[in-house]
Design a protein around this ligand. Sequence first.
Ligand code: NAD
Length: 496
Amino acid sequence: MSGEIREYSMYIDGAFVEAVSGERAKSIGPADQETLATFPRGGKEDVDLAVAAARKAFEDSDWGHVRNSVERGRLLREIGKRLRDDLDRLAEIEALDTGKTITETSLIDVHQAADTFEYFADLATQLNGEVLAVPADALDLALREPLGVCGAIAAWNFPLMFASWKIAPALAAGNTTVFKPAELTSMSALELAKICDAVGLPAGVVNVVTGPGSAVGQALAEHPDVAKLSFTGSTEVGRRILQAAGGNLKKTTLELGGKSPNIVFPDADLSRAVSGALTAIFFNAGECCIAGSRLLLHADIYGAFVEQLVERARKIKVGHPLDWDSRMGPLVTPAHREQVLSYVRWAKENGLKLLCGGEAPKDPALARGNYLEPTIFAADSNAVKLAQEEIFGPVLTVLKFTEEEEAVRLANDTIYGLAGAVWTQDIKRAFRVAKRIKAGQVWINQYMLVSPFAPHGGFKQSGYGKDLSKYSLEEYTQVKNVYVDLSGDEFLSLYE
Ligand code: NAD
């Protein structure tokens, strides 16, 4: 798509439309600051229209009715197929818009979005309630019912994946949706809207409203006709979402920030653990909520591990997102790189030991992009800012421990609880430590594996509720109890 500026519309009530205000916004490529696309800059009026369309689709059609679950599954599967059919083009759009490498978007993002639609296509027909144990002359049913209009607001770092994580389970459960992508990376959600339209989803079942969080996001979070809000973003905005959603007591799920610990014991397969540690922090240039941004190394292997880690980090090719050899692309905006660099400056000024990186790459071909070298600092204390705050960039803090107890204490010494990992060959220690890490997702001898079948979501200030898996489907339903008298006996009453 070199040089071409795409013109997108929003998707409301089965039509591709402009914002009511007529305003448009730009998507700027992080590799060169060129305009990639323009799209409508929506506001409250557009949210009102989208929610009204979603409500009408929910109330006036049999979309959510159980007899339609096979049809809903068929449509979700078809969306998955079309995502795969268009993989090359979508992977390129996603790479250019976010700064991810084409290798990542081709091998992971688009496939995972398709997998997610296919996974929930299968679950659409499996959303069963229960018959509860009651006396023989009665029946008691626990029915799972859809909620209605489900709003979703997403962060900019995995745009297509987040759209699929939020839209697929909502539809599988029979709801209708209004999705708001991040204004920095709206292109792939608008591409997905075209696919939803092309497969023949009824008008209003999926709506995509683009625009700023303070207008579109806020209006969606406040809207009295939105029954549920699923939010992925920062802990700070998550708090605001919760307040806005309080008006009509919306059901909310919050997928927020993290500062995840990655613990390596001396008996781990060190080469594999180094690969895991590099992936944990440098995948997607560290712009990952689940980034393993705190590496906890046992003192016995600290020196050897750090040596391998730094040697391999220095070899990571930082380059243009569309270069198949690039392993780390640019950060999302110049302002975000500046923010990440402010942590680097702080660390240098406060005596942390810089092991590698810390600057923009010297290559003149990368001068216009928001690139940053893979950066590793050694710290003596977990209490420092670098080990406590989410940086959301390619900056790793390495810490040393000697006892298992100490590793667990350091791992949990954070306001966050999104993810974590433990590397060891000792199965008892692996499970012992995994159970004690206070986080929603823990890997053993693995890092970063996120899959439609695995529940994703945090503890503590990383939020609550789950994306993905059968657990997320529960977030998109409510349980109704129906008691049926089968006896025909006289009603047992306290009143004459
Ligand atoms: P952000 O909180 O700034 O924005 C997230 C979304 O909220 C965007 O769509 C934005 O437009 C919208 N928004 C902003 N202000 C709003 C308001 N007042 N009302 C309603 N909506 C509003 O986050 P970001 O910078 O896009 O993403 C980075 C953050 O997201 C990091 O903290 C990261 O850890 C987190 N994140 C979490 C997960 C997870 O699954 N837990 C995944 C990815 C990113």
